[in-house]
Design a protein around this ligand. Structure first.
Ligand code: NCD
Length: 311
């Protein structure tokens, strides 16, 4: 049986570090955090979280920070490495070794794949991966699952379509791994150039039914959850490749004419042009609720890792 003690001091590098039972447990605690997100609490008073962001972020950093403040903790860190000693040539390992002298938990976003794992090997403080290059974004997957569960009442039995940049998008890698622990049918919808990474596909195919498509139209009537992502322009080694796929897919009211009436649409945000703004006011759109769910999910994770949940 999974209990709160199982999470104390743990790193969160890949969503694959968790079993299904552990994920379900985190989602349950996230539900219990909802009242604390309103009232505030002091269960993490005296604890410090460091956010080390070597890449742009709005939601992930702000929601981690808000989560810490809501629980009575404090936050230090940087989101502009140019004005930290990184600029002087300090290595990631040294940065982490220094920061852990001040902080009880480190939240790291870095452009390199493997950076979070590497940092965790050197840090005694727990490290939470807030995005490691194109590789993974495990806490986004947790809040995505929480949103599906909250909106649909279950995860098992659903048909989920991941649509967009499945090659460079880290959120869809973590989410695909996470969904493969449930009884879902997964549709992967992308232009050829942006197909799901082979290593993710090989891994998840062993556990769930997975089908690949190049357009959403034909399969949309079967879909319960449509998860859309932007093209990760900044990760393309060659901008000529990006030019070939730019604007190649878009969800708008016309596409949605074939949707089930209870379809929900999720997006990790930021959105560029892959979901038309006209979709925002339809009952399908849940991407702004997703943001709200990120707060309680991260509150749950921080409270568990820092040992503030007793059960
Ligand atoms: C995502 C990311 O950084 O990977 N954003 C987020 O954390 N919500 C998605 C993206 O940048 O497209």
């Amino acid at each position: 049986m999974v209990g709160a003690a199982d999470f104390v001091g743990r790193d969160v590098i890949s969503i694959k570090d968790f079993t299904r039972d552990e994920i379900d447990y985190i989602l349950r605690i996230a539900g219990e955090m909802a009242p604390l997100a309103k009232s505030g609490s002091d269960i993490l008073r005296g604890r410090i979280m460091a956010t080390l962001f070597f890449e742009p972020s709005t939601r992930t950093r702000l929601s981690f920070e808000a989560a810490m403040y809501k629980l009575g903790g404090s936050v230090i860190g940087f989101s502009e490495p140019e004005i930290s000693s990184v600029k002087k040539g300090e290595s990631l390992v040294d940065t982490v070794r220094v920061v852990e002298k001040y902080a009880d938990v480190i939240v790291l976003r870095h452009p390199s794949e493997g950076a979070a794992r590497f940092a965790a090997e050197y840090a005694r403080a727990p490290v939470i991966n807030a995005g490691s290059g194109a590789e993974e974004h495990p806490t986004q997957a947790l809040l995505d699952l929480y949103t599906i569960l909250k909106e649909k009442g279950r995860i098992d039995g659903l048909t989920v379509a991941l649509m967009g940049d499945l090659r460079y998008g880290r959120t869809v890698h973590s989410l695909a791994y996470a969904l493969s622990l449930y009884k879902v049918r997964l549709f992967l919808v992308s232009p050829d150039l942006l197909k799901m990474r082979r290593e993710v596909l090989e891994d998840i195919k062993n556990r769930i039914e997975v089908y690949e498509y190049s357009s959403i139209e034909e399969v949309l009537p079967e879909v319960d959850v449509l998860y859309v992502t932007r093209i990760q322009k900044e990760r393309f080694p060659d901008l000529a490749e990006y030019a070939k796929v730019r604007g190649s897919y878009k969800v708008d009211l016309n596409v949605l004419r074939r949707a089930r009436s209870d379809l929900i649409i999720l997006h990790p945000l930021p959105r560029v042009d892959e979901i038309a703004v006209e979709v925002d006011s339809t009952p399908f759109a849940r991407y702004f609720q997703q943001v709200e769910n990120g707060l309680v999910t991260r509150m749950a994770l921080l409270a568990l890792i820092l040992g503030a949940i007793k059960e």
